[in-house]
Design a protein around this ligand. Structure first.
Ligand SMILES: Cc1cc2nc3c(=O)[nH]c(=O)nc-3n(C[C@H](O)[C@H](O)[C@H](O)COP(=O)(O)OP(=O)(O)OC[C@H]3O[C@@H](n4cnc5c(N)ncnc54)[C@H](O)[C@@H]3O)c2cc1C
Length: 381
């Protein structure tokens, strides 16, 4: 067993950190405040090779491993969690299913564009009446005259404003549960594709979250992804990878909060010296560092399993569950260390506190991660 990062990992950490500090940090508070999507960030991140990190170079990606991917998402999220999820969705939820289930033609036509960042990709599973219980989705897809006709609506679509392509899920065989769901590639230029509404959010405000409706939306027959009825399996397997991204996002927010707390505790004076001299503050910092290390190890174990081709559903859930809840404790204590100044927008810890919450909700709430882990335990695997 080795606990060392290789030269590529170290190089990625350094170069992505420098990139995020130079290109994203100066604009981060602004885009949070105005709640606008910095589309130019996505272009810059594409130029850095961050939009299809684990996709082979001949398909437009960077040909790297998932540990590299996790390091990059952590470093981007350390500066801006919205940028972290923009990338997480593009890589994990759009490129991954196209790579794993796409035909050669679909990969050539679409994966190359999304992996290279020429197009932004998104993943639309959730519906107004189907979130945790995704198999209850009611959007439909009917094959008529060589075209799929999609009807229904998808809520909370990350990257929904920017996306040129959605991977979406609809019922092709009504009444047959998860087995009646199929996956589809839907370009935003398809007739009947509608961007309906942008959500007004508590955190990750620079990341766009849209409601998208399919009003008799028509796509060619060959835009089915995988086989008919395989959609639910594709959606769930995709989340195994997506959850690595969210765990990495939580790590980035937690790391930023800890660094802010260390800096502030050395500057702030009370009772005749910096508050970092107080054991109560030191213990909080020690707990933060320990939890971040544990979360990073869990996350990189799930990445390693993915790279080895080992099933990692449970390990991805553990990483996401632990990293997101550790992040909650860390941002809370980092804010506490800032005292009243932590509650105002002059210090970035206020944003970390708001941005953290989503990591416990999307790509499966913490309750759903616990269900996944418990089911695997009870199955004896
Ligand atoms: C900012 C944002 C971005 C998002 N991006 C995307 C995206 O890009 N694509 C996409 O498809 N979706 C996306 N989502 C949707 C997200 O994944 C869902 O919100 C999430 O899965 C929870 O579903 P829900 O909101 O319907 O909550 P519900 O499923 O209604 O859950 C409500 C509560 O009940 C609990 N609960 C539900 N079932 C169980 C159970 N069996 N056992 C125990 N507790 C349970 C939940 O944990 C939760 O606490 C996004 C959401 C947000 C807010």
């Amino acid at each position: 067993m080795e606990f060392e990062y290789n030269e590529t990992h170290q190089m990625i950490k350094k170069s992505v950190r420098e990139f995020a500090e130079k290109e994203l940090a100066p604009e981060s508070a602004h885009y949070d405040e105005v709640q606008e999507t910095p589309v130019h960030w996505m272009k810059k991140m594409a130029e850095m090779g961050l939009t299809g990190m684990a996709i082979p170079t001949e398909l437009g990606g960077a040909g790297l491993d998932y540990i590299s991917y996790s390091i990059a998402i952590e470093e981007i999220s350390r500066i801006d969690a919205s940028a972290g999820v923009m990338l997480g969705v593009n890589n994990g939820l759009a490129c991954e299913p196209l790579y794993k289930w796409g035909t050669e033609e679909q990969k050539k036509r679409y994966l190359t564009k999304v992996a290279s960042g020429e197009w932004v990709g998104a993943y639309a599973l959730t519906e107004p009446g189907a979130g945790s219980d995704a198999a209850a989705l009611t959007s439909t897809a009917e094959l008529k005259g060589g075209e799929w006709h999609l009807n229904g609506s998808k809520i909370f679509v990350t990257n929904g404003y920017m996306a040129k392509l959605l991977i979406t899920y609809a019922r092709t065989d009504p009444g047959t549960g998860p087995k009646g769901i199929s996956a589809f590639i839907v370009p935003d230029s398809s007739p009947g594709y509608q961007r309906v509404k942008k959500e007004n959010k508590l955190g990750i405000r620079a990341s766009d979250t849209e409601l998208i409706a399919f009003d008799d939306c028509r796509i060619p027959e060959d835009h089915l992804l995988g086989t008919r009825g395989e959609g639910f399996k594709i959606a769930m397997a995709t989340l195994d990878v997506g959850r690595i991204g969210i765990a990495s996002q939580a790590l980035g927010i937690a790391q930023a909060a800890m660094e802010a707390a260390i800096k502030y505790s050395k500057e702030r004076k009370a009772f005749g010296g910096p508050i970092s001299n107080l054991q109560a503050i030191q213990f909080k910092l020690a707990d933060m560092a320990t939890q971040i290390d544990a979360a990073r190890l869990l996350t990189h174990r799930a990445c390693w399993m993915k790279d080895q081709g080992i099933k990692h559903t449970t390990e991805s859930s553990m990483a996401k569950l632990f990293a997101s809840e550790a992040c909650k404790r860390i941002v809370d204590q980092a804010l506490q260390i800032h005292g009243g100044y932590g509650f105002v927008k002059d210090y970035p810890v206020e944003r970390y506190f708001r941005d953290q919450k989503i990591t416990e909700l999307y790509e499966g709430t913490s309750e759903i991660q616990r269900l996944v882990i418990a089911r695997s335990l009870l199955r004896g695997s």
